[in-house]
Ligand binder design. Structure first.
Ligand SMILES: [Mg+2]
Ligand SMILES: [Zn+2]
Length: 355
């Protein structure tokens, strides 16, 4: 697979841009806040790094080669000392009035690179502080992200790393019986919004996401005039699909999750994000409904979730109060998912090399 690649501007992006817009001595080198950590994290996620810079008049008396090389070599050595290597350094030395084909936002430099080395276009991006960097991204049909010294929080290095590496997934499911839209984000739990028309089921899905530590937006419009079955089943399938898509290649995930007790109810949950659906549900609910949710749909929910997510989900539940028991199941599965989704490094937790 072609690697995701970041085309990164230098002045104003990796290092600060001086007033006179020319970094021609060591004394003018100031690294941008957070840039070392950010590039190391992106490298660890498998990004290839390419520097793309306009250096107006490089090699002329106003900007001799030597005056460029000293700070440039210092910058590259500083990154190298932290294990960060640029795959290539692409420089346009021309002035705007020379009409070259390589001065950003012209695409000559990057197109030359793309002829030599294929990239994964969906996950690649151009990063820079100027409108011309974003224009370059647009002309290349790549994602463009701004990084600016005194701009909004979203334009800082940590925020851009978060944007580039956050795991997101969505699923749309439209049948004659239901219309379902699900969006999930595994690396940010900030928003949980659920609306299915079944109050208690909404409450359970919210518990699943909160305890699962993932952001969830789920809307379901189902044939509730028939019964709750299709809405619960299809919500679970779509949620499982969205979570599976967000997991992507599963590199670095914990894969397994486990959990034990809750109050007088005991839910035992074990999960394996194995790529194979399998469900075991043991437990008998004293009541056949909680609010508008038939309890027979609880095991069915986890089976459909397992089908969509392609995971083994084992749930065993005992207790006296049906509301508590159902809630223990959803919270327990949420907690087990949270553990299994956790990402630490890039290694695939499988001896087979695929999950
Ligand atoms: Mg710049
Ligand atoms: Zn040029």
């Amino acid at each position: 697979m072609s690697p995701p690649t970041l085309f990164i501007d230098r002045d104003g992006t990796l290092i600060e841009e001086p007033e006179d817009e020319q970094v021609d001595s060591l004394a003018k080198v100031r690294f941008m806040p957070g840039v070392f950590t950010a590039l190391a994290q992106l490298r660890d996620r498998g990004y290839r790094l390419v520097m793309v810079s306009n250096q107006d008049g490089l090699g002329t008396p106003s900007f001799p080669r030597e005056a460029f090389d000293v700070p440039q070599n210092f910058v590259l050595a500083a990154f190298r000392s932290q294990g960060v290597e640029f795959d290539e350094v692409l420089i346009c030395p021309h002035r705007a009035d020379e009409g070259c084909g390589c001065r950003k936002p012209k695409t000559g430099l990057v197109e030359g690179f793309l002829r030599r080395k294929p990239i994964d276009r969906d996950s690649s991006a151009v990063l820079g502080d100027r409108a011309t960097d974003l224009e370059l991204a647009a002309r290349l049909d790549l994602r463009g992200l701004a990084i600016r010294r005194n701009g909004p929080l979203a334009e800082t290095w940590p925020a851009v790393v978060q944007l580039l590496t956050a795991r997101r997934g969505e699923a749309l499911r439209h049948t004659n019986e239901t219309h379902i839209e699900v969006r999930v984000g595994l690396d940010s739990a900030e928003s949980v919004k659920v609306s299915t028309g079944i109050g208690f089921f909404d409450h359970m899905l919210e518990a699943l996401a909160r305890h699962g530590g993932f952001a969830l937006e789920l809307t379901a419009e189902g044939d509730l005039e028939v019964d709750e079955h299709h809405t619960v089943e299809d919500s679970a399938l779509a949620l499982g699909d969205a979570l599976r898509r967000a997991l992507g290649d599963k590199a670095g995930i914990a894969r397994y999750g486990f959990l034990l007790p809750m109050d007088e109810s005991l839910a035992q949950v074990a999960i394996d994000l194995s790529g194979r659906p399998f469900t075991v549900f043991e437990g008998t609910f004293p009541r056949d409904r909680v609010g508008a949710l038939p309890t027979e749909l609880v095991p069915h929910f986890f089976r459909s979730l397992s089908d969509g997510l392609r995971a083994a989900i084992h749930v065993r539940v005992t207790g006296e109060n049906t509301h508590h028991m159902v809630e223990a199941c959803f919270k327990g599965v949420g907690r087990a998912l949270r553990q299994a989704f956790r990402r630490d490094g890039t290694e695939l937790p499988s001896t087979k090399g695929v999950l």
